[in-house]
Design a protein. Structure first.
Length: 320
C-alpha cells in the first residue's frame, strides 16, 4: 500500500524532511523550534519569496517532484544574488492533498536541499498544510557581507547593459511541452530546472554594477523594471543577443520566433545589469545601453534596435 501524506501525518512528514538537512554557519537555531535564528554579520538581511502552484507553474506530467524542488529554490536564490547578496537560508511552505504519495514530498525535499546546497544555503524551517493543489512557497534570506545592495533604481545614462546566463531556453521548453513533445531535451530540461549563474550576482556587485535584476519575467519586461525604477531609457541591440541552436530548432518546428524566446521568455533566471563601460565583468555580454528619456522615448521605455517592442513582453500574473 502506498504511503500518503494522510497516513504519514504532518509531524511525521516534518520529521522526515528535516532530519537530514545540513545547517550552515549562518544558522544559530535550525529546524525544530518555534522559529529559526540566523546570524546577520553586518546588520542587514536580503529577503525574497516566491510561490509555485500546481497547474500554474508546474505540471506533474511535465516535471518530477525533484525538478519542482530545484526550481522552487532556484527562482528565490536568483533574486538574492541579483541584489549582490550571498544566500544563507530558506524556509519552505508546502501545501498538498492528503492522498499525495509521501514519496513525492520527500523527493521534492531532496530537490530543495540539493539546489540550496549549491550555494551553502540552509533550509531552516517552514510549514505544511492540506490543500486542494500542490503549493510550494519558498522564502530565502541572504547576506550582503558588507556590500551595498544592487537595486533596480541605480541605472544611469551612459551605462552599458550586460547579461550573463541563458535566455529563452525555458520558454522554448515550455513551447515544446505545450505541443506534447519532449525534445529538444536541452530546452525541456531548462524549463524543468533552471540554472541561474549564481556566482555572477555578488561578482557583479563587487565589479560596480549600478543596477541588476534576474530575468524571470522576460528580458524586455525585466529591463523595463530597471528603466522605470531608474527613470531612464534602455535600448537592446538584438544583434548582440545569442540565439542558441536549440531555440532556432524549436522556432522552426513550431512556427515561433526564436528571437522572441530570448526577448520575452522568462524562467531562465539569467542576470541582467547595468555598468559603467569599464566595469562590465568578464564573461558578461554587452547587449545594450542606457540613455536619458525625452518626449519621443519617455523615461521607463525599453526599445529593441531603437524601436518599440510590440510582441509579448513577458509574464505577468493576473493578466487577462
Amino acid at each position: 500500500m502506498t504511503e500518503t501524506l494522510g497516513s504519514t501525518g504532518e509531524f511525521g512528514l516534518i520529521a522526515a524532511v528535516t532530519k537530514s538537512l545540513p545547517q550552515g554557519e549562518d544558522v544559530l537555531v535550525g529546524p525544530g523550534d518555534d522559529a529559526a535564528v540566523l546570524a546577520v554579520p553586518d546588520g542587514r538581511m536580503v529577503i525574497t519569496t516566491d510561490l509555485l502552484v500546481e497547474g500554474r507553474h508546474f505540471r506533474q506530467d511535465w516535471s518530477s517532484a525533484y525538478d519542482v524542488g530545484r526550481k522552487a529554490v532556484a527562482q528565490n536564490l536568483a533574486d538574492i544574488v541579483a541584489m549582490g547578496a550571498r544566500p544563507t537560508a530558506l524556509v519552505v511552505g508546502f501545501g498538498a492533498p492528503a492522498d499525495l504519495p509521501t514519496a513525492w514530498a520527500l523527493e521534492l525535499n531532496q530537490g530543495l536541499a540539493d539546489e540550496a546546497e549549491l550555494l551553502g544555503a540552509s533550509i531552516v524551517g517552514g510549514d505544511t498544510v492540506q490543500s486542494d493543489k500542490i503549493v510550494v512557497s519558498v522564502t530565502a534570506f541572504g547576506s550582503l557581507d558588507g556590500r551595498r545592495p544592487v537595486l533596480r533604481s541605480g541605472a544611469r545614462p551612459g551605462d552599458e547593459v550586460a547579461v550573463v546566463g541563458r535566455l529563452g531556453w525555458a520558454e522554448a521548453g515550455f513551447t515544446v511541452l505545450n505541443r506534447g513533445f519532449r525534445s529538444p531535451r536541452s530546452v525541456v530540461e531548462a524549463h524543468r530546472r533552471p540554472q541561474p549563474p549564481y556566482a555572477e550576482g555578488p561578482r557583479a556587485a563587487i565589479a560596480g554594477a549600478s543596477s541588476m535584476c534576474d530575468v524571470s519575467d522576460g528580458l524586455v519586461a525585466d529591463l523595463g523594471h530597471i528603466a522605470v525604477a531608474s527613470e531612464v531609457v534602455i535600448d537592446i541591440r538584438s544583434a548582440a543577443l545569442a540565439v542558441a541552436e536549440p531555440l532556432q530548432a524549436v522556432a522552426a518546428a513550431t512556427g515561433a520566433d526564436a528571437l522572441a524566446f530570448v526577448l520575452s521568455g522568462g524562467d531562465d533566471h539569467a542576470l541582467v545589469g547595468t555598468f559603467e563601460p569599464a566595469d562590465v565583468p568578464e564573461g558578461w555580454t554587452v547587449i545594450g545601453s542606457v540613455a536619458e528619456g525625452n518626449e519621443e522615448r519617455p523615461p521607463g521605455t525599453v526599445t529593441v534596435d531603437g524601436q518599440p517592442y510590440t510582441s509579448t513582453t513577458g509574464h505577468a500574473h493576473f493578466r487577462n
